[in-house]
Design a protein around this ligand. Sequence first.
Ligand SMILES: N[C@@H](CCC(=O)N[C@@H](CS)C(=O)NCC(=O)O)C(=O)O
Length: 76
Amino acid sequence: MYYFSTCPYCIVVRIALWWLGLSIPLKEVMFDADNANELTAGGGKFQVPCLRIESAHGKVRWMYESIDIIRYLKKI
Ligand SMILES: N[C@@H](CCC(=O)N[C@@H](CS)C(=O)NCC(=O)O)C(=O)O
């Protein structure tokens, strides 16, 4: 998940991750230009939180809204 530490929406999702006992790779975008470029190029805009979801078949989806991300995480 792409995030930056002072983003309140990211904080909510990170609390949900903790609550759900999930551990996923976190990519910081405020100080890491490579991560920021990856997010903008892949997802289409610079907005966090953004969850990059890769299916077993290799299909990639970029999910932006915090509420949608939390709903998705609760189901996995
Ligand atoms: N409705 C979105 C709002 C996300 C949002 O506003 N994120 C801010 C950071 S807190 C953002 O990425 N802004 C773009 C920027 O800083 O350029 C959500 O719930 O995820």
